[in-house]
Design a protein around this ligand. Structure first.
Ligand code: UGA
Length: 428
């Protein structure tokens, strides 16, 4: 298709990735934010988000003149053909999505959008939002299109440029197809839908992923009780193409800025139409149970009592490849450990500074010093390369609780330590 004039409102990891990637596809993109400092930094090519490939794309976009950054949405949208809303929709009161940012931008730009300009929601918004935005706009010449993102933090650029699918939904199907065409250069199926279906796809997909993980964590628990090995069980399951090989790793529970908020929001949405989404509620409860089982496992590794136990924590981010701590299972486990009286020393390659209730160090070996047990909570590859013999020398106790099944148990045993994973036989 020919290059379109696009405005992206919001320069978080979704907005910035969307803007930079659309510019790399040949469109003329203006990214808008209310944060002046951020816009000044981005205009100078400075990207503060840890997202592989993003800084390069921003620089390339700036150099080509196809990407620009400004403060003030009203001015920016005056000659736009499409405006993407990429503002936060955090968990609000009672677990439902907080739409205040989406509504604020809509009312800010509503009367200056040029006729025919598509207003596109990319942030995850509850079903019915497109309709709500249309009502707020009070204009029939502005099509509202839902175009949910499926970007994982840490691989957002690769996910954007190599998507499994593009979903576009609107009650104006021509407008939906126009948005789909913006991605014409990408080799991906385009699902054209009504607005409500497109909005629901995003929740249905994220909640399915969350349920898949809760299921795997439950099977891992069964493995421990029955003497089976989750690695072999998931390998055997994953060859079935209906199940798939990915998203089958047990861990300390699922977290991050999306799955916890989207699962709660869909439960609330279901309630609003008198449907009790028990399967999803159970998946959320199971996630808390998983955290508690991990805490119990760590307690077991230090003789049953956490009060006064010194625990070395490896990993704080919600997953490897990011410095994001939002709803991090590693923090959730740590905070329960702390509340039960454990003394925590933590290291994460991407996280520094102060975190309430624990000492955060910048050298992984410091977490081992006099530790009664060490626990791996985020799957950073660099933990595999640590000198575990040195760890053994520094530690007081002898157990490494590997909640991500990341390490090679043989290396831990060779170092004279005990390895305890999740859903796998203990190795000593
Ligand atoms: C998630 C979805 O995967 C994206 O498709 C979606 O676009 C995004 O939310 C969003 O709504 O914006 P993200 O939050 O970046 O992406 O994180 P994931 O990679 O999905 O991981 C979520 C959690 O599941 C993490 O805590 C991770 O450690 C855990 N996980 C993931 C496992 O415990 N095991 C696995 O096998 C995979």
């Amino acid at each position: 298709m020919t290059a379109a004039r696009i405005v992206v409102v919001g320069t978080g990891y979704v907005g910035l990735t969307t803007g930079a990637c659309l510019a790399s596809l040949g469109h003329r993109v203006t990214c808008v934010d209310v944060d002046q400092t951020k816009i000044a930094r981005l205009s100078a090519g400075r990207v503060d988000i840890l997202e592989p490939g993003l800084a390069e794309l921003v620089t390339r976009g700036l150099t080509s003149g196809r990407l620009g950054f400004v403060v003030g949405a009203r001015e920016a949208v005056r000659d736009a053909e499409g405006v993407f809303l990429c503002v936060p929709t955090p968990m609000g009161a009672g677990g439902s999505a907080d739409l205040r940012a989406v509504e604020a931008v809509t009312s800010e730009i509503g009367d200056v959008l040029p006729t025919g300009c598509a207003l596109i929601t990319k942030s995850t918004v509850p079903v019915g939002t497109a309709q709500r935005i249309r009502a707020m706009l009070g204009r029939t010449d502005i099509p509202v299109v839902s175009n949910p993102e499926f970007l994982r933090e840490g691989t957002a650029v690769a996910d954007f440029l190599g998507p499994d699918r593009i979903v576009v939904g609107s009650d104006d199907l021509d407008a939906a197809r126009w948005v789909g065409d913006l991605y014409a250069d990408l080799d991906a199926p385009v699902v054209v839908a009504d607005a409500a279906s497109a909005e629901l796809v995003k929740y249905a997909a994220n909640c399915f992923l969350a349920m898949k993980l809760s299921y795997v964590n439950s099977i891992a628990e069964l493995c421990e009780r029955l003497g089976a090995d989750i690695d072999l069980v998931t390998e055997g399951m994953g060859h079935d193409r209906r199940i798939g090989r990915t998203f089958l790793k047990p861990g300390p529970g699922w977290g991050g800025s999306c799955l916890p908020k989207d699962t709660s929001a869909l439960v609330r949405v279901a309630e609003s139409v008198q449907y009790d989404f028990r399967m999803l509620t159970s998946a959320i409860e199971e996630n808390i149970a998983q955290r508690d089982r991990i805490v119990a496992k760590i307690a077991g590794a230090v003789g049953g009592t956490l009060a006064g136990a010194r625990i070395g924590v490896l990993g704080l981010a919600f997953k490897a490849g990011t410095n994001d701590l939002r709803d991090s299972p590693a923090l959730a486990v740590s905070s329960v450990l702390g509340a039960l009286g454990a003394e925590l020393t933590a290291y994460d390659p991407a996280v520094g500074g102060e975190i309430a209730g624990m000492v955060v160090v910048d050298d992984p070996y410091q977490v081992a010093k006099s530790a009664d047990a060490v626990v791996v909570l985020t799957e950073w590859n660099e933990f595999k390369r640590l000198d575990w013999t040195y760890f053994a020398e520094l530690m007081e106790g002898d157990t490494v609780v590997d909640t991500r099944n990341l390490l090679d148990p043989h290396r831990i045993i060779d170092a004279g330590l005990v390895w305890q994973g999740v859903g796998r036989p203990r190795a000593a």
